[in-house]
Design a binder for this molecule. Sequence first.
Ligand code: BEZ
Length: 214
Amino acid sequence: MTGLNTEDLPFPTLRIGDEAPDFTARTTHGEFVLSALRGRWVLLFAHPADFTPVCTSEFITFSKQEPAFRERDCVLLGLSADSLPSHLAWVSAIEEQYNVRVPFPIVEDPSLEVARAYGMMDVQAQSSATVRSVFFIDPTGIIRTILTYPASVGRSVAELQRTLCALQEVDRSNILTPEGWQPGEPAIAPPLQTQEAVLKAGPSWFLQPKKPRP
Ligand code: BEZ
């Protein structure tokens, strides 16, 4: 026990396993309700600000890779504190300058309601910028992965795709995924639960391969 009263913290702390706070918001694709996406995976990702270089590079790759997420029934959902007109202007500029259409909605959050609920605020920033937060929300509305990057470091969209594949494989096959696991590679078995199983497995009982279901 630390004696820390989490209600005194400036923002709530969401954890893996928590239900994703629901919200209704205006987006570049119209009004949006998060809970309407139950039954599908959601990758909710915040960026610090529109028209900034790292964010633009991320959006170009997210846009190009969106079909791969869609194939895995995962909806991409961007978010920042910028207004809807700013998002729309940025999306148009990306299309004009880089010939890339942003195919997923971007939430406007000028009141920071969503950013606060998800703990996406950069507490060190002088502005209302959100940090580069990533939340994987599963089809039942539960947060399964949380990642946070500083404004200065761009995310790897390939790593996010890998994480989605791993989450889906873990759910499907009752396996765990080792370091750097890629789809199709061998996985590992959950920790053994009985002495009998440990003795049967031999000296490497603590790291046992397990094939995902075909
Ligand atoms: C960027 O995306 O390049 C960026 C955003 C906020 C602060 C610094 C850089």
